[in-house]
Design a binder for this molecule. Structure first.
Ligand SMILES: [Zn+2]
Length: 70
């Protein structure tokens, strides 16, 4: 499995050269902690409404995110 990199803008974890979430290209291999935001009953549900962590990290889409990006 390829090493995942974390987007500096939205903290999304990806193996691509571009963040599929915000299309940013500023990716970092240096991050700590992984947060997995699971989808709600409806795919259109905003995770920030039901998850304290999603609200704190301002995550509006389910997926894998880094807790801290350096
Ligand atoms: Zn991003």
């Amino acid at each position: 499995m390829a090493k995942m990199r974390a987007c500096r803008t939205c903290h999304y974890l990806t193996t691509e050269d571009q963040c599929p979430n915000c299309k940013g290209t500023s990716l970092s291999t240096s991050y700590t902690g992984i947060v997995v935001v699971l989808p709600g009953k409806s795919p259109l549900d905003d995770p920030r409404k039901s998850s304290y962590i999603a609200a704190r990290l301002n995550i509006d889409k389910p997926g894998k995110y880094a807790l801290k990006v350096r």
